[in-house]
Design a protein around this ligand. Structure first.
Ligand SMILES: Cc1cc2nc3c(=O)[nH]c(=O)nc-3n(C[C@H](O)[C@H](O)[C@H](O)COP(=O)(O)OP(=O)(O)OC[C@H]3O[C@@H](n4cnc5c(N)ncnc54)[C@H](O)[C@@H]3O)c2cc1C
Length: 516
C-alpha cells in the first residue's frame, strides 16, 4: 500500500447515492444498468481493469473460428455509450486494489500504457501500475463483479511466475510462448494474432470442459490438427455422464479430432527458439517456446499451440482481504439478495457463489447467464431495492460440430450423493416427423426421485432442439414438477419441428413406468 500522500481523492460531494461497481463485463454492467433504472439520480461508477466493458466472452470461440468477423462485434455497449445513454461513469484500465469497509472506500490504480495495450492473460509484458498514485472512490453501496481467471496447473515447463499468479488478469513474463489461455477480450485478440503470426498448424487442448470443447471446433475449422486431452475418463465430465459423453466423443472423432481420455498434461517441453523462427522475431534471453507436450502416460505430442482449458477460479482476493466471507471454491459468499456478510457490499457473477435450487446448497458454477441475472439483482439492491435471485439448476449447453449438448439439474450419480433415491432412463428419438427431411437424432436421459417422483435432471445430446428441452426441464425443476407433469404437459407439434410424440413426453412416460 502506498503512502497516503500519493492518494488522489475522489470524494463525496454530490449528495447523491454513490453506487460503485468493480468489474465491467456481464455482472458489473448488468448491475449498473439496473441500478440506474431503480435510482435515476444515483452517482454510478464502474472501475474496470480491461480496456473494454460489456463484451460477450461467450462469443470469443466464434471469432477465432471465423464465424464472427471481429472481436469488436462482441462489445454490447462501449464506455461512451454507458455514459451517454445511462449516465454511468466507466473508469477503464483501472484496477481496484483495496476495499476499506470501515470508511466505505475503494482504492484503485491506473494501469500503464503497456498494460492497456496488452491486457490479457497471455501477456508477456510485466505488470505495473501507471504511477505511484492511487485513486480513492467513496461508496454508499459497492458491487463486486470481478469475475474469474484461468487456472494454470503447476506443470513442468509452463514456468509460472508465482508472484503474478494472484492477479485477476493473470500474466507472466516467464510463461512459455505458444501456451494460450482463454478468459478475456485481450486473450482472444492475442490468440488470433498469435495463430496468424506464427502460422500455427496444430494445437493441443488440455481439458475437455465447455471452453475446451468449443475451441476444438474453432481450431479445427481453421484447418488445424487438434488433440484434446482430458484427465477424466470422458468428455465434458462436469456436464455429462460417460454414456452420454460417448456420443460427443464420436462426433469429435468423426471430425478428425484426436481425443485422449484418462490422461493429464505431465510436461511442457520447450526450446529457446521458435519452431517457426523465420516467422518470429528473434528470441530474447529467457524466452522459451513450446515444442511438444508429454502426457501422464508418457505420450509425446509435437504441437504449435497449447490451450489450457483447465477451469477458472474466482477473483475474490480483494474481497477476502477486506474481510468479506468466501464460500465454496473461494467464491464470494452471497445470499439470495446478492448481499455479502458486510453491510452495503454485494457480489455477483463469476466471483460469487450461487444457490442451487434443487439441492438448496451454494455451488460455484461460473456462467454468463447467472452473471447477468445476479448482476441485475445486485444492482437493484445496491440502489435500495429488495430483489431476490431464485438460484440456479446448473443448466448449461454447448455445441460442437453438429451436436448440441446440454444438461440441467442432477445426473444419477450426483442425485445419489445428495441423498435422493434416483432412477434414470435414456431414450433415443428424432427431432422432426419421420417423413420430414433433415431430421436429426436426439438422446434424452431423465433422472427422477423414486420416492417423491420429482424430476431431478436431464442430459440431452442431439442435432437440434436441445436448448428448448433443457429449458423445459429447468423450469420443471424450478416448479418442483413430478415426472407425471412431464408426461402430461401439452407439447405442440408441427412436422419440421418435432415428431408427433414429443421426445420429452416419451422420455418421461418411460421413466414413469419404472416408478409404479
Ligand atoms: C471463451 C468463453 C466462452 C464462454 N461461453 C459461455 C457460454 O456459451 N454460456 C455461458 O453461460 N457462459 C459462457 N462463458 C462464461 C461467461 O463468459 C462468464 O460467466 C461471464 O463473462 C462472467 O461475467 P462476470 O461479469 O461475472 O465476470 P468477467 O466476465 O470475468 O468480468 C469481470 C471483469 O472484472 C475485471 N476485474 C477483475 N478484478 C478487477 C479489479 N480488481 N478491478 C477492476 N476490474 C477488475 C476483469 O478484468 C473483467 O473484465 C464463456 C466464457 C469464456 C471465456
Amino acid at each position: 500500500m502506498r503512502d497516503n500522500n500519493d492518494i488522489k481523492r475522489n470524494d463525496r460531494s454530490s449528495g447523491k447515492k454513490k453506487i460503485l461497481i468493480v468489474g465491467g463485463v456481464a455482472a458489473g454492467t448488468s448491475a449498473a444498468s439496473k441500478a440506474r433504472r431503480i435510482d435515476p439520480n444515483a452517482d454510478i461508477k464502474i472501475i474496470q481493469e480491461e480496456p473494454v466493458v460489456s463484451y460477450g466472452a461467450c462469443g470469443i470461440p466464434y471469432v477465432i473460428e471465423g464465424v464472427i468477423d471481429d472481436f469488436s462485434e462482441l462489445i454490447v455497449r462501449s464506455a461512451e455509450e454507458f455514459e451517454k445513454i445511462y449516465n454511468i461513469d466507466i473508469i477503464e484500465n483501472t484496477r481496484a486494489v483495496r476495499i476499506d469497509v470501515d470508511n466505505k472506500q475503494v482504492y484503485a490504480e491506473t494501469l500503464s500504457k503497456t498494460d492497456r495495450n496488452n491486457n490479457h492473460n497471455n501477456d508477456n509484458s510485466s505488470y505495473k501500475s501507471n504511477s505511484n498514485a492511487l485513486m480513492r472512490f467513496d461508496y454508499d453501496s459497492l458491487v463486486i463483479a470481478t469475475g474469474a481467471r484461468s487456472v494454470i496447473p503447476n506443470i513442468k515447463g509452463i514456468i509460472v511466475n508465482k508472484e503474478l499468479s494472484n492477479t485477476s488478469t493473470y500474466r507472466s513474463s516467464t510463461m512459455v510462448k505458444g501456451l494460450l489461455l482463454l478468459r478475456n477480450y485481450g486473450d482472444g485478440i492475442y490468440m488470433r494474432d498469435w495463430i496468424k503470426k506464427e502460422d500455427s498448424k496444430s494445437c493441443v487442448i488440455v481439458g475437455a470442459g465447455l471452453i475446451g470443447i468449443e475451441m476444438v471446433q474453432a481450431f479445427r475449422k481453421r484447418g488445424m490438427d487438434v488433440t484434446i486431452i482430458e484427465m477424466a475418463d470422458h468428455i465434458l465430465p462436469s456436464l455429462l455422464d460417460k454414456e452420454m459423453a460417448e456420443m460427443v466423443k464420436q462426433e469429435l472423432e468423426k471430425n478428425g479430432i484426436n481425443v485422449i481420455l484418462g490422461e493429464g498434461l505431465q510436461e511442457v517441453v520447450t526450446s529457446s527458439s521458435s519452431p517457426h523462427s523465420s516467422l518470429s522475431t528473434s528470441s530474447s534471453p529467457g524466452v522459451r517456446y513450446l515444442e511438444r507436450i508429454r502426457t501422464s502416460k508418457n505420450k509425446e505430442i509435437a504441437t504449435d499451440l497449447l490451450l489450457l482449458g483447465t477451469g477458472v477460479r474466482p477473483n475474490s482476493e480483494i474481497a477476502r482481504a477486506a474481510g468479506i466471507e468466501v464460500g465454496v471454491s473461494n467464491a464470494i459468499k452471497v445470499d439470495e439478495h446478492m448481499r455479502t456478510n458486510i453491510r452495503d457490499i454485494f457480489a455477483a457473477g463469476d466471483c460469487a457463489t450461487a444457490r442451487n435450487y434443487i439441492i438448496n446448497e451454494d455451488v460455484y458454477l461460473p456462467l454468463g447467464t447467472t452473471a447477468n441475472k445476479q448482476g441485475r439483482i445486485a444492482g437493484e439492491n445496491a440502489a435500495g431495492g429488495n430483489a431476490e435471485f431464485k438460484g440456479i439448476a446448473g443448466s448449461a449447453i454447448t455445441k460442437t460440430f453438429d451436436l448440441y449438448v446440454g444438461k440441467t439439474g442432477l445426473d444419477k450419480q450426483e442425485a445419489s450423493v445428495y441423498g435422493f433415491d434416483p432412477i434414470e432412463k435414456e431414450i433415443k428419438s428424432i427431432t422432426r416427423a419421420s417423413y420430414y427431411p433433415d431430421k436429426k437424432s436426439i438422446s434424452i436421459k431423465l433422472v427422477a426421485d423414486k420416492e417423491s417422483q420429482k424430476v431431478l435432471g436431464a442430459q440431452i445430446v442431439g442435432g437440434e432442439g436441445v436448448k428448448g428441452r433443457i429449458d423445459l426441464v429447468a423450469f420443471a425443476l424450478l416448479m418442483r414438477a413430478t415426472i407425471n407433469d412431464l408426461v402430461n404437459y401439452d407439447a405442440c407439434y408441427v412436422p419440421p419441428a418435432s415428431p408427433v410424440w414429443e421426445p420429452m413426453n416419451i422420455a418421461s412416460s418411460q421413466i414413469a413406468k419404472l416408478l409404479v
